[in-house]
Design a protein. Structure first.
Length: 120
């Protein structure tokens, strides 16, 4: 199943979504989809920043002994970014407006992450 198809379905399932991006371990975009007039460049930058955040969270988790990080969310006043970590350092980020259900967004993101994991 193509990555673009999985990400497109994620945006259909999460109407508040602005975009979704699938990245490699270095923060390079593998595939992305965006809603409306959003700029792909901004989504790629957001995804790349998550490579730094992911490394910091991994280091903090290792130092504290809490186990591996599987997912995390950064929630702001108007936007939220939800991230699922995948095998081999890959990860997927969903950017959405806060007006919707973050629980439902997380559910659909996890489902998409399982499909992506099977494809890499």
């Amino acid at each position: 199943m193509p990555f673009h198809y999985v990400l497109t379905n994620l945006l259909v399932d999460v109407p508040e979504a602005i975009g979704a991006i699938f990245l490699d371990a270095e923060g390079e975009a593998v595939e992305w989809v965006i809603q409306g007039s959003s700029e792909p460049f901004h989504l790629k930058i957001e995804g790349a920043y998550h490579a730094v955040i992911k490394r910091q969270l991994d280091a903090a988790a290792a130092n504290s002994g809490v186990g591996a990080v599987r997912s995390y969310a950064l929630v702001g006043r108007s936007l939220a970014t939800l991230t699922e970590l995948l095998p081999d350092g890959y990860y997927v980020v969903l950017v959405a407006h806060r007006t919707g259900s973050l629980g439902l967004a997380r559910h659909h993101l996890r489902r998409a992450a399982r499909v992506l994991s099977d494809e890499i």
